[in-house]
Design a protein around this ligand. Structure first.
Ligand code: ACO
Length: 333
C-alpha cells in the first residue's frame, strides 16, 4: 500500500515510566516557603513529588521509561523507527533530547526529534506518531514525556514550587494487527493569546541569559494559577467530549479517564462535567505532583500495569498546559 493511500490502525503495544528516588514531601516544603501541608493537600491534592538528583538529566529518566516500554511491547531498540520526545526541560537547547535517548537505547535506525507543547506534549506526540504510522511512513514509534521541572522551578515562590515534580513516561505505538486495540480519535488545540498565563520568560531569544539577569527568576516557571485553572477545566472538557463523540462513544462507554495530573480540583471538575464516576478516573497526582509532559505518560503506564482497564475497553486521555495548549485521545485498548 502506498504512503499516500494507506490508513492503518495504530495501537499502543507497551508502556513504561520512571520517577527519581528522592521524595520531597509537603512537610519539607513547609520548611522552605510560607505554606503548610494542609494548604498544599487541600488546594492541589498533592502529598509528595519526586526530585531528580543534580546530575540526573531528562534524557536519563526518559531512557529508563523507554526501556521499560520497549520491553513491555517486546520490541527491540534496534527495530525502533521513530522517537518523539515531549519536554520543556531538554538536556540541551540543541541537539534534541530525543537524540541522547536514541544513543542511550542504541536505536540507531530511529529518526529522533523533540516537540514543545508543555503538559500537552505527550498527546501532541501521540497524534503525530499515529499519523506517521497510519500513513505508512513508519512501522512503529516510541513517544516519551519527560521533565526535570525541578531545574526550572523557583524554590522561593510558594505559588508554583509546591506543584511540580520530575519523571518520565513512554508508550510504544505500532501498526495494529486485526483484533488489537486502536487509537480511535485525537484532538489538539492551542490558544496563543493566553501565552502570558504560564511561561518561562527567559532563556530564549526574547530574553537571553546574561550575567546581569541570571538571578531575576526569569528562567523559572511563572504562572497565573487561578486563570490557568478556569481555562484548564473548560478546554479539557471540550477536548474529551470531542474525542468521545468522534470515536462513536458516550461517557458510559469509558472504562477509565486519565486526565492531566495538575490539580485534584481540576480533575474532579472535569469528571463531574463529563459525568464519569470518580472510580473510573485515574489519579496519581498525590505521589508525583505535576510533571508536565511526563504526567499523563506516567499515569497511563501506572493505570495500564495496575489493571485500571482491560483489553477491548475504552479509555480517554486528556491534557492541558502552557501555550495555552490542550489535547485528548480516545483509545480502544
Ligand atoms: N501556600 C499557602 N498559600 C498559598 C500558596 C501556598 N503554597 N500558594 C498561593 N497561596 C495563597 C495565595 O497567595 C492567595 O492568597 P491571597 O488570597 O491572600 O491573595 C491564596 O493562597 C489563593 O491563591 P490562588 O492562586 O487563588 O489559589 P488557588 O485556589 O487558585 O490555587 C493553584 C492555586 C493550586 C496554583 C491553582 O490555581 C491551580 O492548580 N491552577 C492550575 C495550574 C495548572 O493546572 N497548571 C497546568 C499547567 S502546568 C505546565 O504547563 C508546566
Amino acid at each position: 500500500m502506498s504512503e499516500l493511500t494507506s490508513n492503518l490502525h495504530v495501537c499502543i503495544a507497551g508502556t513504561g515510566s520512571y520517577v527519581p528516588e528522592r521524595i520531597l514531601t509537603n512537610a519539607e516544603l513547609a520548611k522552605m516557603v510560607d505554606t503548610s501541608e494542609e494548604w498544599i493537600l487541600t488546594r492541589t491534592g498533592i502529598r509528595e513529588r519526586r526530585i531528580a538528583t543534580a546530575d540526573e538529566t531528562t534524557s536519563q529518566m526518559a531512557t529508563h521509561a523507554a526501556r521499560r516500554a520497549l520491553e513491555h511491547a517486546a520490541l527491540a531498540a534496534a527495530d525502533l523507527e521513530l522517537i518523539i520526545v515531549a519536554t520543556i526541560t531538554p538536556d540541551t537547547p540543541t541537539p534534541a533530547t530525543a537524540c541522547y535517548i536514541q544513543q542511550n537505547l542504541g536505536a540507531s535506525r530511529a529518526v529522533a526529534f523533540d516537540i514543545s507543547a508543555a503538559c500537552s506534549g505527550f498527546l501532541y506526540a501521540m497524534k503525530i506518531a499515529k499519523r506517521l504510522i497510519s500513513s505508512g511512513a513508519f512501522k512503529n514509534a516510541i513517544i516519551i514525556g519527560a521533565e526535570k521541572l525541578s531545574s526550572v522551578t523557583n524554590w522561593e515562590d510558594r505559588s508554583t514550587c509546591v506543584l511540580f515534580g520530575d519523571g518520565a513516561g513512554a508508550a510504544v505505538l505500532r501498526i495494529a494487527e486485526p483484533g488489537e486495540g486502536a487509537i480511535l480519535a485525537t484532538e489538539m488545540g492551542t490558544d496563543g493569546s493566553l501565552i502570558h498565563l504560564l511561561k518561562i520568560p527567559g532563556g530564549g531569544t526574547a530574553c537571553p541569559i546574561t550575567a546581569s539577569n541570571v538571578n531575576d527568576h526569569l528562567f523559572t516557571l511563572n504562572m497565573l494559577g487561578r486563570e490557568v485553572f478556569k481555562h484548564a477545566v473548560n478546554r479539557m472538557k471540550e477536548a474529551a467530549e470531542k474525542v468521545i463523540a468522534r470515536a462513536g462513544l458516550c461517557a458510559e462507554d469509558i472504562a477509565c479517564i486519565i486526565p492531566h495530573q495538575a490539580n485534584r480540583r481540576i480533575i474532579d471538575a472535569i469528571a463531574d462535567r463529563l459525568a464519569v464516576p470518580n472510580e473510573r478516573v485515574f489519579i496519581n497526582l498525590h505521589k508525583y505532583g505535576n510533571t508536565s509532559a511526563a504526567a499523563i505518560a506516567i499515569a497511563l503506564d501506572e493505570a495500564n500495569r495496575s489493571g485500571a482497564f482491560k483489553r477491548g475497553e475504552h479509555i480517554v486521555l486528556v491534557v492541558f498546559g502552557a501555550g495555552l495548549t490542550w489535547a485528548a485521545a480516545a483509545i480502544r485498548w
